[in-house]
Design a protein around this ligand. Sequence first.
Ligand SMILES: Nc1ncnc2c1ncn2[C@@H]1O[C@H](COP(=O)(O)OP(=O)(O)OP(=O)(O)O)[C@@H](O)[C@H]1O
Ligand SMILES: [Mg+2]
Length: 249
Amino acid sequence: MTADNKHAIEFNQVRISYPGARDYALRIDKLSVNCADFVAVIGPSGAGKSTFLRSINGLIPHQQGELRVFGQSYRQRDLVRLRQQVSMVFQNFNLSPRMSVLDNVLIGRLAQKKGMLKALARFNDEDREIAFLALQKVGMLSYALRDIRQLSGGQKQRVAIARCLAQQAKIILADEPVASLDPINARRIIELLKELNQEQHITVLVNLHQVELVEKYFSSVIGLKHGRLEFHQDSQQQTITKDWNRIYG
Ligand SMILES: Nc1ncnc2c1ncn2[C@@H]1O[C@H](COP(=O)(O)OP(=O)(O)OP(=O)(O)O)[C@@H](O)[C@H]1O
Ligand SMILES: [Mg+2]
């Protein structure tokens, strides 16, 4: 990161529409997320939260405007490099059920490989060491050789987060990562993400609907409504005024 590049993510006049749709699913004129920020993305169903997150890692292309990641325009960089830096966590965990916990985490290493090594999914001792450290970090080391199907929802989400760590991602995008968890596990997962943010300075953006979690853990909030940015409060602002009514009212 250079002095003039304190932003992890920048949107400038970005427009995204899905094929056949009349309206833009996302329409953001100006928005920047600081490096190492811990951000909640809120808004009612259909507001564009998933579209927003998926556009940041290139899963959904933008038709207009400019989207920058660590100062580089999306169009200047190749997707492979983008995906090395950005990792996603999903509500349904997105793990391979037929593989072990360790193998699922090793998949995160593929983002750092090229050519045949990637095609053949060849892992070396360094990859395995990184994967074990990631599992240790999320408290799942003793489950390394277990089958994914034997894990609870909270444990699966920890493995999904370990995969992001194995990838050595600098940005984690989590799309409703706690929507299918009970309140205690939901809190633990948000606490884990916050710990990674604080210790490893990973920029984390989390879509979520649970207002109480937003209140408790997030000082930065992006509010979306009808595909537009309704408000953005970043962590450097002194006063915290999470304006729920503007979003959900
Ligand atoms: N694959 C798609 N094809 C067409 N339209 C889509 C597609 N995905 C989303 N949309 C539309 O884009 C808009 C934004 O959807 P998005 O999934 O981003 O909302 P969301 O805020 O994540 O909602 P939720 O809280 O229900 O997950 C909605 O109007 C939705 O119907
Ligand atoms: Mg969504």
